[in-house]
Design a binder for this molecule. Structure first.
Ligand SMILES: Cc1cc2nc3c(=O)[nH]c(=O)nc-3n(C[C@H](O)[C@H](O)[C@H](O)COP(=O)(O)OP(=O)(O)OC[C@H]3O[C@@H](n4cnc5c(N)ncnc54)[C@H](O)[C@@H]3O)c2cc1C
Length: 511
């Protein structure tokens, strides 16, 4: 008899798990509370436009890469077109855009040496550190997919390279930056991304700075393998938008006999003798299962299980896992081509070098209204079909607190939208006069779309020494996947993590 799998959530995590489990012969049911599939990758369609909900570029979808394995194993490579995507960093006093004429794999280093001549020693030391870290990560990734003597050899090499960095293991990003550099401007080049994660540089692990700043993210021409043993991830976006992959995964589940139920909120994860038996929906119906795989918010999901079955220790990890904040987002349609004014389709406009101060505001429920920075993403520069003929799709957004102290999002959203448009006119002149379509999304929209009381745009926040929520729970047959699980946030990690856990479930259940 076929085993039965119930999956909670039709975001990328749930859909990847559904595709693997249904392929392995499980009778698979995916339950999604929203009327749309895709979770935050479901996108937004209106009047002939399509906008992604803020996803800019995806790490590691290429052949042989972490998330790319899913694309290949599920036979989706020919059905997806991946477009190289790079980020531009704009700071108040300088801009780091990929040069029109390719400047070689280390052009950013050379740019920084010109921009900050007094920081030469630190810049050289940082790039030695970066190379070593990429080698360590490459050995670790190769070891994960190897076995026997080869895996041992790879791990040995990884530890050998880690040895000289051991004194830095407990350093924060702030300490590491202070070690390399003296000016706030150059430190912000490597730590500004932490403002998006809502983590202060003093709370982020120093060695992680190399992981969140792959040189390949800033110029698609930079080679991914810059030495025999060092790989940097690819960065791409999906032609047509993220929804394309969600639809392909959903088609696979259905082709394997699985079913996707939308508008179906799971209100209880049922257990008996510490074993998952199925789920209950908001309409009171019960659906039995041999395995329950949940994605979504950790706090919300583990509230659906009998606390006695899950145990106080695990519950406290799920409740205490630090979360990122949400976003305030505008999806615009323009009657002029913004690419005339933008060197890149992904423009990070940082307006402050005080990363710690910006994060502090968000953590105290103060919205910076775009004054500290905002993002411009132009889907039309990658996928012209994102807008009707002669029109252009543009997204402008900022990270934003779930709640604003003393204010209501609903009352302030239009004023905040006007302010963001004014700020973005710094980059796209006369922006306001060219808007023919305007849609505003507050954190409250994202809370409803994801069924999270506290929406976290990227999942758990990478705060040093915090505990991740394990994928395997104390309840037999109940697993937790997705951006708020130990798999890690971001599409690459979510997709690769859902694959790994699905294969583990299949292996364990076939014993
Ligand atoms: C604004 C923004 C920008 C981003 N930018 C990037 C980027 O540039 N690059 C990148 O790699 N990643 C980016 N991410 C992160 C990435 O999109 C997510 O980490 C990933 O898509 C999460 O997938 P998921 O399946 O874990 O979660 P989700 O997409 O949130 O899916 C979970 C689903 O579960 C459903 N659900 C929850 N509880 C229940 C329940 N009880 N019953 C039924 N259904 C339930 C929800 O409705 C939801 O559809 C971004 C995210 C956002 C929001």
């Amino acid at each position: 008899m076929n085993r039965k799998a119930v999956i909670i959530g039709a975001g990328y995590a749930g859909l990847v798990a559904g595709a693997y489990l249904s392929r392995a012969g499980y009778e698979t049911h995916v339950f999604e509370q929203s009327d749309e599939i895709g979770g935050v990758t479901g996108g937004f369609r209106k009047n002939g436009y399509y906008w992604d909900m803020g996803q800019l570029n995806i790490e590691g979808l290429g052949p042989g890469e972490q998330a790319g394995r899913v694309v290949d194993e599920l036979g989706l490579r020919d059905k997806l077109t991946l477009l190289p995507a790079a980020r531009l960093y704009d700071f108040p006093d300088f801009s780091m855009a990929p040069p029109a004429e390719y400047g070689g794999p280390w052009w950013r280093k050379e740019f920084l040496l010109r921009q900050f001549p007094n920081e030469k020693r630190g810049i050289n030391a940082y790039y030695r550190f970066y190379r070593t870290m990429r080698e360590i990560i490459t050995f670790a990734e190769r070891a994960e997919v190897s076995s026997g003597a080869k895996a041992v050899w790879l791990k040995l090499n990884m530890y050998l390279r880690l040895l000289p960095l051991l004194p830095w293991v407990k350093w924060s990003a702030k300490k590491l930056m202070d070690h390399f550099f003296s000016s706030a401007e150059i430190k912000a080049v490597f730590t500004s991304i932490l403002a998006d994660f809502v983590v202060k540089p003093e709370d982020f692990q120093g060695l992680g700075v190399a992981i969140v700043n792959p040189e390949s993210a800033f110029d698609a021409r930079v080679p991914l393998d810059f030495s025999r043993i060092a790989h940097q991830p690819s960065y791409t976006c999906i032609e047509g938008g993220c929804r394309k992959l969600a639809d392909l995964l959903a088609d696979l589940i259905r082709a394997n006999g699985g079913q996707i139920h939308t508008g179906a909120a799971v209100t209880e994860i049922c257990t008996e003798n510490k074993k998952a038996t199925g789920i209950q929906l908001s309409d009171g119906s019960f659906h039995s299962a041999d395995v329950v795989v949940a994605s979504g918010g950790a706090r919300e999901i583990f509230n659906l299980v009998d606390p006695a079955a899950i145990g106080a220790e695990f519950l406290s990890i799920a409740q205490a896992a630090p979360l990122m904040e949400s976003v305030f987002m505008l999806h615009l349609g323009l009657d002029m081509d913004p690419s005339e004014h933008l060197a890149c389709g992904i423009d990070y406009c940082y307006r402050s070098y005080d990363i710690s101060g910006s994060v502090g505001k968000l953590l105290h429920e103060t919205y910076h209204e775009g004054e500290d920075g905002y993002l411009i993403y132009v889907p039309s520069m990658y996928s012209p079909q994102s807008a009707p003929e002669g029109r252009y799709a543009v997204t402008i957004y900022t990270v934003a607190p779930n709640r604003i102290s003393g204010r209501e999002w609903s009352e302030w959203s239009d004023r905040y939208a006007d302010k963001l448009i004014d700020l973005a006119s710094e980059k796209i002149p006369n922006l306001k006069e060219h808007i023919v379509e305007r849609n505003v999304f507050t954190p409250e929209y994202f809370q409803a779309r994801t069924m999270q009381a506290h929406h976290s745009f990227g999942g758990c926040a990478p705060v040093m020494n915090s505990k991740a929520v394990p994928n395997k729970t104390p309840v037999d047959g109940f697993w937790f996947i997705g951006g708020q699980s130990a798999s890690g946030a971001g599409i690459g990690s979510v997709v690769a993590g859902a694959r790994r856990i699905s294969l583990q479930i299949i292996a364990e259940q076939s014993k």
